[in-house]
Write a new protein. Structure first.
Length: 226
C-alpha cells in the first residue's frame, strides 16, 4: 500500500461527482471537441483515448480549468466550476504531458518546491515522498541529470503530496519503463480504491484498466446542403 494515500477521505466524499455536458471547443475557427458528455463518480476512472491531434490534451485542460472557455459545461458537485472555483482547485490536480519540474533544482529541492505550491496536502514527509518515488539515491542530484522516466516520476510527486479527489493526467505513462509503469498503475489504483477519481489520456494502450474509456476521433463537419 502506498503511504499516505486515502488520508483525509471522509464520508461526504462519496457524494462528489464530476459532470461534463456536451462540451465543445473551437480552435482557430476549427471545431476540435464536439459535444463530449460524461459523468464520473467516486471510485471511478476514465481513459480518454485517440490518436495524436484529436484533442485529448485540449479536453483534459478544459476539464482542469487551465484552458478557459466561457461556455464550458463542467460541473463539480452539481455546481458550475466557475461558481465553486476555489473548492474545485482544492479538489483537483493536473499534470500535463511535459514534466513540470525545475531542472536546475535537485530532487529534494523540487519536492520542497511542490510542498510550497500544492494545496490540500496529505500528512506525509518529503523523505517519504522521495522513498515512494524510488528516487532516494537521486535526492541530491539535479533534475537535469535524471532520465526522462525519472523526471516524469518526480513530477508525479505532486499527486503523492496532494489530497485532491480528482486526478487529471495527460499521457502519464509516456517515458516510463515497464517497472515505472507498474509503479504508476499501483499509485492510480490505490487512489481509485480509496474513493478518488481519475481522468487520464493516452494515444496507445496502457497497462491499467480504467472504469470507462472515451475514444476521441477527429472532428469532421458534415455538409448537409444539397
Amino acid at each position: 500500500m502506498l503511504e499516505g494515500l486515502g488520508e483525509g477521505i471522509t464520508e461526504p466524499y462519496i457524494t462528489i461527482m464530476l459532470k461534463v455536458k456536451e462540451l465543445s471547443y473551437v480552435r482557430i475557427e476549427q471545431p476540435l471537441i464536439d459535444r463530449v458528455s460524461f459523468a464520473l463518480n467516486p471510485g471511478e476512472s476514465l481513459l480518454i483515448s485517440g490518436k495524436n491531434g484529436v484533442g485529448k490534451t485540449t479536453l483534459i485542460k478544459l476539464i482542469s480549468g487551465y484552458l478557459a472557455n466561457r461556455q464550458d459545461p463542467i460541473y463539480w458537485q452539481e455546481q458550475h466550476i466557475r461558481d465553486c472555483w476555489l473548492d474545485y482547485c482544492q479538489d483537483r490536480i493536473y499534470l500535463g504531458h511535459e514534466a513540470t519540474i525545475n531542472l536546475q533544482l535537485t530532487v529534494a529541492e523540487n519536492i520542497e518546491f511542490f510542498r510550497a505550491i500544492v494545496p490540500n496536502q496529505r500528512s506525509i514527509t518529503n523523505q517519504a515522498v522521495i522513498e515512494q518515488l524510488g528516487l532516494h539515491n537521486a535526492a541530491p542530484i539535479k533534475a537535469t541529470q535524471l532520465s526522462a522516466g525519472q523526471r516524469k516520476k518526480l513530477a508525479l510527486a505532486c499527486f503523492i503530496l496532494s489530497a485532491a479527489k480528482l486526478w487529471l493526467l495527460d499521457e502519464p505513462y509516456a517515458a516510463l519503463d515497464s517497472v515505472a509503469q507498474q509503479w504508476l498503475t499501483a499509485l492510480l489504483q490505490q487512489h481509485v480504491e480509496s474513493g478518488g477519481m481519475i481522468i487520464l489520456t493516452s494515444h496507445q494502450p496502457i497497462e491499467w484498466v480504467t472504469t470507462a474509456t472515451y475514444a476521441l476521433t477527429e472532428f469532421k463537419e458534415v455538409n448537409t446542403c444539397a
